[in-house]
Design a protein around this ligand. Structure first.
Ligand SMILES: NC(=O)C1=CN([C@@H]2O[C@H](COP(=O)(O)OP(=O)(O)OC[C@H]3O[C@@H](n4cnc5c(N)ncnc54)[C@H](OP(=O)(O)O)[C@@H]3O)[C@@H](O)[C@H]2O)C=CC1
Ligand SMILES: O=C(O)C1=N[C@H](C(=O)O)C[C@H](O)C1
Length: 269
């Protein structure tokens, strides 16, 4: 079986990935922290709060990438760009959960996937990936007359908005309605906005406390409304999905794969 390493293993998702590995006895062989981090040498399990794993944090480098076959990256966009280069140099597969990517940063993921196998997904939970299908059906049935709004809520520490998941929901709905999201997206409202243009897709962002991640797609018509909601209650749901993606990547050819493919949902009607 292939071995797996975690990049940015001290982050919130990094710690969840380490804990899931310990709980399910998954093949974790490396955990890295940023170069120069004071955490270097500390035990990854102890820092994750799941007990000693006898796995010391190493500094991220091309040499460190030799410690595992497949790497999981839940860091930040700038760090991810460095990790892409290291993984291409070391010829290692990557699972990337980083959100808030610019078009250029996403293009770098696409470019790297010509050389190595990559799964990138803004949300690794089963429920959200199912929701991405459900909203297409809802859009096709109600979208010509209903107003569509996407509402997301996350913890106070989150750096990007709207969430990567909210953007993915928006893209799926826009695609189902043959609209271009960039043309119809409205990110927040203030002042005398005028009446709502039915063709728009609105986004609303809530940030507070320790909310793990809530997403609602609202289809509001006159006389009725449909709300499709997903609520994550633990980061381990994302971590389990990322582990599933990592093990799925074993022996895959270079290419950019989706969580829909990992979960076998790509062909759902
Ligand atoms: N796809 C999915 O299912 C999910 C995606 N996410 C996404 O994952 C990402 C991480 O989230 P979260 O774990 O909450 O974030 P954290 O801030 O807790 O962790 C970020 C990690 O990235 C490292 N890092 C940040 N900047 C740099 C840098 N410039 N160079 C090297 N290392 C860096 C941090 O190291 P240090 O501590 O040294 O700064 C830390 O290890 C976000 O984009 C989030 O949206 C989150 C949950 C689920
Ligand atoms: O930052 C987070 O925490 C999360 N980010 C992802 C996103 O931006 O969609 C997924 C999840 O909701 C948690």
């Amino acid at each position: 079986m292939s071995t797996v390493g975690i990049l940015g293993a001290n982050g919130r998702m990094g710690r969840a990935l380490v804990s899931v590995a310990k709980e399910h006895q998954l093949p974790i062989t490396a955990a890295t922290v940023r170069a120069g981090s004071a955490l270097t040498g500390m035990d990854a399990g102890e820092l994750a709060g799941c007990g000693k794993l006898n796995l010391a944090f190493t500094e991220t480098s091309v040499a460190a990438l030799a410690l595992a076959d497949i790497w999981i990256d839940f860091t930040m966009p700038e760090a991810m760009l460095v990790h892409l280069e290291l993984a291409v140099q070391a010829k290692k597969a990557l699972v990337i959960g980083v959100t808030g990517l610019t078009d250029q940063q996403y293009a770098a993921v696409q470019q790297a996937s010509k050389h190595i196998p990559i799964v990138w997904a803004p949300n690794m939970s089963v429920g959200v990936n199912l929701l991405l299908h459900l909203v297409q059906t809802a859009a096709k049935v109600m979208g010509q007359t209903a107003d569509i709004e996407i509402i997301e809520a996350h913890h106070r520490f989150k750096k990007d908005a709207p969430s990567g998941t909210a953007m993915a929901i928006g893209h799926q709905i826009a695609k189902a309605l043959d609209r271009n999201l960039a043309d119809v997206a409205v990110y927040g409202r203030e002042g005398m906005t005028g009446e709502r243009d039915q063709k728009t897709i609105g986004f609303a962002t809530v940030r507070g406390g320790d909310i793990i991640g809530d997403h609602t797609a609202l289809f509001a018509d006159l006389g009725e409304r449909l709300e499709i909601t997903h609520k994550a209650s633990s980061r381990s749901t994302f971590a389990q999905g990322a582990w599933r993606a990592a093990l799925w990547l074993q022996n895959k050819q270079p290419g950019l794969y989706s969580m829909q493919q990992v979960l076998g949902l790509a062909d759902l009607a």
